[in-house]
Design a protein around this ligand. Sequence first.
Ligand code: GUN
Length: 292
Amino acid sequence: MILLDGKKTSADIKEEIALEVSELKNQDKKPPHLAAIIVGNDGASLTYVNAKVKACERVGFESTLIRLTEKTTEEELLNEIAVLNVDNDINGFIVQLPLPDHIDEHKILMAIDPKKDVDGFHPMNVGKLALNLPTFISATPFGIIELLERYHIKTSGKNVVVIGRSHIVGSPMSILLSQKRKIGNATVTLAHSRTQNLETLTKEADIIVAAIGIPEFLKGNMVKKGAIIIDVGITRVADASKKNGFRLVGDVDFNAVKDKVSHITPVPGGVGPMTIAMLLKNTLLAYYRQEN
Ligand code: GUN
């Protein structure tokens, strides 16, 4: 069994980006600049956003973190977005999700200038993705594609089962893998909570992408020998033996499948670290598109 090492791969990608940024700086060009808005004090969201900002610093990007209180109104958030949309110093920005209940997430994502939407969540960018046009592919699906590519995994003609139809992961993943592209050309089944006889489908799958958010959902009897498993789940499960009081658990029962599969992403250290690297890649892409 081969571990698909997202930690190492994301470090390689960040090193490549850092090299590109230092070349830009050598040419007296300003570096790419990513901004992130976070509303409220959710612990996991703050951890993610801080990791994104820190990653910017490591590769030589400029970064701006805008922290707004839980009580921020929708109008105030829309105003912040309007400012970033026209700020020529900012190449790309994200609004960390989830947002508090009193704010309409769709309205917020619609307000982001698609040219600066490095999360790839704006309907225009999602539409371009569906049509296989140049866009910003959102970080998690982009990271999975990149991981498969760097490990030389062939997807053409393979049976893929994607479990979970979220807008951020499952849906774009199923679209990308079925498209005519290097990592694509697969026969994709998008399974979800209403799918009947899921086990029959997964047992036939050459590649399984588990993205449903249920810890250790995919069991050993659900996979065929030699399958490739991508585990997108990262649920915090209470664990008194850990200093921070929790451990991260994927959607795959790792120990139950590990001796059967040919490749698998670990949790943590698989898909998770790739998402930050791909956000940086999208920011660099936004920078070049705006410079040219
Ligand atoms: N919340 C969980 N994942 C993401 C992400 O990729 N982008 C944003 N903006 N919020 C998230």
